[in-house]
Design a protein around this ligand. Sequence first.
Ligand code: FAD
Length: 404
Amino acid sequence: MSQSPVIVVGAGPVGLSVAATLADQGVDVQVFESRSDVDREPRASTFHAPTLELLEPLGVVESMIERGLIADRYQHRDRERGIVAEFDFRLLAEDTRYPFRLQCEQHKLCDLLLARLEDAEHVQVRFDAEVTSFRQDDAGVDVEVTAPDGRAQWHRASHLVAADGASSTVRQQLGIAFDGMTYGDRYLVLNTRFPFEEHLTDLARVNYVSDPEEYVVLLQAPAGWRVLFPVPDDLDPEVATDPEACQRRLQGVLATDEPYEIFHTKLYRIHQRVAERFRDGRVLLIGDAAHINSPIGGMGMNNGIHDAFALARVLPDVIGGRRPHGELDDWARRRREVAREYVRAITDRNSRALGERDEAARRQHQQELAATAADPERARAWLLRSSMLTAVRSQGLIPAPSGH
Ligand SMILES: Cc1cc2nc3c(=O)[nH]c(=O)nc-3n(C[C@H](O)[C@H](O)[C@H](O)COP(=O)(O)OP(=O)(O)OC[C@H]3O[C@@H](n4cnc5c(N)ncnc54)[C@H](O)[C@@H]3O)c2cc1C
């Protein structure tokens, strides 16, 4: 094994996943994170079945399930007509050990991984440590890490793994294009402790409610419900996030006597972007540093964690000289293919269908969803795709259960 460690930039769910799985294989890893603690912003809440299967050997899944909520079905609804289609994850009972979506805040995975890494050999996680620049040569990468007081230190690594999020410094310093598009609507996400499940009949924990004027996504997380609304690009952010305007939006979903208690409000700009390449010599891009997409379908973080595990299947052997460096190109090509052909396609379709304004197209889409959900074989195929099992299996990351 090389003397130099692998340096991971970013202690988000993707950076900590890659660090943990590399360290388990005896690879020395240093993680540098510019923040002083884990980011607790309520972003990802959905973990799909293959992600839980991949995380299983790290010993965190049981605790995640204890800290999360099991969504064993999800619904497509129409804001006027109610339930259009319900997909039951129990149809995947023979496909996965986890036939559900786990609703659990992403920071809980980070906390569990950090706790595990604290006692682990081979790995060191440093907060208040921003990666500010790097340069690579044939044998390794020199990485500059700067503390909040401005003191900088250089560290030598065999490889640099950039898990530094959508605005990745590493990707930008390499001049790697991040092509794609930005949606016209932004997403307003309101977090409330109001128990929607006690007031809306037969509500699932994950609900996509289409409407030509104002579609809504209703997701239950352990800390409360997340309600996502579209916001036109030309609306002033201050107007969009004004507490009274947020109340009006929630009252439009369900009128209540008391005002909603909103504990977190955030407006997001939504993109579909994939980095031009995921590898540049000894530098590898994973997670949001490599791809970002619409959150409808809950795939961004999941896909990033899949990048991490796929990389950890190749990198230790490359470092140990048992496989040629070029195999990292295969990894990069395959992961980029999933981001482009699979995640981008599905999340874009989901986002457009929710806000479809053409009545005939909307109806047709809803009829197709209803027909798919009503046929167990088609519904199973749909769930295999939307839970990312198809993509993860096609890349050989987890085996298909025998008989399939
Ligand atoms: C509203 C919303 C809902 C979402 N829901 C889901 C969902 O249900 N399921 C799903 O799969 N995905 C979802 N996502 C996407 C998900 O949040 C991201 O894909 C995920 O956070 C990406 O993880 P990451 O570790 O790659 O990046 P990040 O979580 O962004 O972490 C990057 C880390 O790198 C650090 N960093 C940055 N630059 C440096 C530097 N130079 N030096 C050191 N550290 C640095 C940052 O501080 C940060 O901690 C959602 C996103 C949004 C906005």
